[in-house]
Design a protein around this ligand. Structure first.
Ligand code: FEO
Length: 176
């Protein structure tokens, strides 16, 4: 059985993962509306990954004998409120840094409660956050390099178009 405090923290994180998905969908809509279809694809794939994270955590709560709770998902910013791809990807990084802090807090709580199973579960996300932050920083670096050069921007957009969704948890039946 998982403690009530840890179950609540994971339930909150399920909600936060759905918010992340919602946020990246809004960003994808902005990219689509400005003709950057590759960036729109990249962000859409990211949104799908966030939904997979939510379902994975939800299933873990059930596996540990806890009932996930459901809270309202906040509205993301309006797609038209973004001003450029740089603006979008900087906002992605700012958001992921907040997610990292949340995940670290859950890991700390699991440690304090001597819940080794939950600690091991959340470590997947600790490592995932390193990868997500690194990917976001790499795109921001490219955008800095590219500047206003439309030819290079379109080359980068083509590269972002190559991202394909891969279910991170292929054995989870709810995600098949
Ligand atoms: Fe679910 Fe972007 O971390």
């Amino acid at each position: 059985m998982i403690s009530e405090a840890l179950a609540n923290a994971l339930s909150d994180q399920v909600n936060a993962e759905y918010y992340s998905a919602y946020l990246y969908q809004a960003m994808s809509t902005y990219a689509e509306s400005t003709g950057f279809k590759g960036a729109a694809n990249w962000l859409w794939v990211q949104a799908r990954e966030e939904m997979a994270h939510a379902v994975h955590m939800y299933q873990y709560l059930l596996d540990r004998g806890a009932l996930p709770t459901y809270a309202a998902i906040d509205a993301p910013p309006a797609p038209a409120s973004f001003s450029s791809l740089m603006d979008v990807f900087q906002a992605v990084l700012v958001h992921e840094l907040k997610v990292t802090a949340r995940i670290n807090d859950i890991a700390t709580l699991a440690m304090q409660e001597n819940d080794h199973a939950c600690y091991q579960f959340i470590m997947w996300y600790v490592n995932e956050q390193v990868e997500e932050e690194s990917n976001d920083k790499a795109i921001i670096d490219r955008l800095k390099f590219v500047g206003e050069n439309m030819g290079q921007l379109l080359t980068l957009d083509n590269e972002l178009a190559a991202r394909v969704y891969v279910n991170p948890f292929p054995t989870d039946v709810k995600l098949m």
